[in-house]
Design a protein around this ligand. Structure first.
Ligand code: GLY
Length: 363
């Protein structure tokens, strides 16, 4: 018989976990006062393990590829289309091209097939591009509209998604509250602000474009065209360590607009429809935390499913499968274990015993 599970947080991760738990026979309630309004609301929806990985984060590539493999069935089950034309990595000037070359080296070192393209080849592949020095194509990458996924999951979960907890205690609690974890786990995740734009255009790129423009990274994600008319294109995203609520800044928006117009000059005439800022939930090693909470209050087991940083949308189906497996067998992926050493802060320094001969201690 299934357990009574309370999932805290109705972003894409919490909802995907809840949906998978329901399918596994559990009795699930999801609690969130504003479902889908956090990082999932801002996210562009790149399902792009290769273009989002960087040196020192190679474990993310393997996780991302595992989750990417789950996306076609996950999206089909929800009736949400996937964008499957792949990602183009492009560099605007020769310095920017070095970023692309580094990324290609990193991927080649991990056994991924990716070829560098000349400026001419990359523009033949994507004629909407402006001046670029070269690029590379990542044909296996996909993209999805996270708002459509959240809405389909909410519809499927129906009355299981509630604004506050009404019933008695559950057997297990899953905490999937993104960048805002409750005590005593709040220190495991910090907010990294991302500003992101949504525009509408008749001239969208066919590919997801991830580029560097005079050193600034940017990406442009076209939605799958519907029944004619302008297509939504997402332009992202800034990344900033900060305290306080995530607000959109004049400088952040200006940099995104400049990068997008440089990469894709046709966007100059696009309608700017939305500016959004949200916190990405980042952990100390930029890997998510999925597994038993390091400390619990001994009233019931708590499982954390948070800290997905730049990869919440991509990793949602894998996270859901890992939480279901954990409840079934206790299995935990050591790389994602919330109790892993990489997340522990420095050992507290013991209070020095005052030395009576030290005058500083008496001031
Ligand atoms: N995954 C894209 C971003 O975090 O900006």
């Amino acid at each position: 018989m299934g357990a009574r599970v309370l999932v805290r947080g109705a972003g894409i991760v919490g909802l995907a976990v809840a949906d998978a738990l329901v399918s596994a026979g559990h009795d699930v309630t999801v609690v969130d006062r504003a479902p889908g309004s956090g990082a999932s609301y801002a996210a562009a929806g790149m399902l792009s393990p290769s273009s989002e990985v960087w040196y020192g984060e190679e474990a993310l590539l393997d996780l991302g590829l595992r989750s990417l493999a789950l996306w076609p069935a996950f999206a089909a089950g929800l009736g949400v289309p996937l964008h499957t034309r792949g990602t183009l990595l492009v560099g605007h000037d020769r310095g920017d091209l070095q970023q692309v070359e580094r990324q290609v080296e990193l991927l080649a070192g991990r056994g991924r097939a990716v070829d560098l393209l000349t400026s001419h080849e990359v523009r033949r592949c994507e004629p909407t591009l402006g001046r670029v020095s070269g690029g590379a194509v990542l044909p296996d990458d996909q993209a999805v509209d996270p708002r459509a996924v959240v809405s389909a999951l909410r519809e499927r979960l129906g009355s299981r998604v509630v604004p506050r907890v009404l019933d008695g205690p559950a057997d297990v609690e899953v905490v999937a509250t993104g960048s805002r974890l409750p005590a005593p786990w709040a220190h495991l995740v910090r907010g990294v602000r991302g500003e992101i734009l949504r525009v509408r255009t008749d001239d969208p790129p066919a590919h997801v474009v991830r580029g560097w423009v005079r050193g600034d990274p940017a990406y442009v994600v076209p939605r799958t065209p519907g029944g004619g008319g302008p297509v939504e294109v997402v332009v992202g995203a800034t990344s900033e360590e900060h305290d306080g609520p995530p607000v959109a800044t004049v400088g952040g928006v200006a940099r995104l607009l400049e990068a997008a117009r440089t990469l894709l000059p046709g966007l100059d005439r696009a309608e700017l429809v939305e500016v959004t800022a949200r916190d990405r939930p980042a952990t100390a090693d930029h890997l998510p935390i999925v597994g038993p909470a390091p400390v619990d209050d001994n009233t019931r087991p708590v499982v954390l499913a948070a800290g997905h940083f730049r990869h919440g949308v991509l990793l949602a189906p894998l996270t859901a499968a890992l939480v279901v497996a954990h409840l079934a067998s206790g299995a935990v992926d050591p790389a994602l274990d919330p109790r892993r050493a990489a997340l522990r802060g420095p050992a507290p320094t013991p209070d020095p015993t005052p030395d009576p001969t030290d005058e500083e201690t008496h001031r």
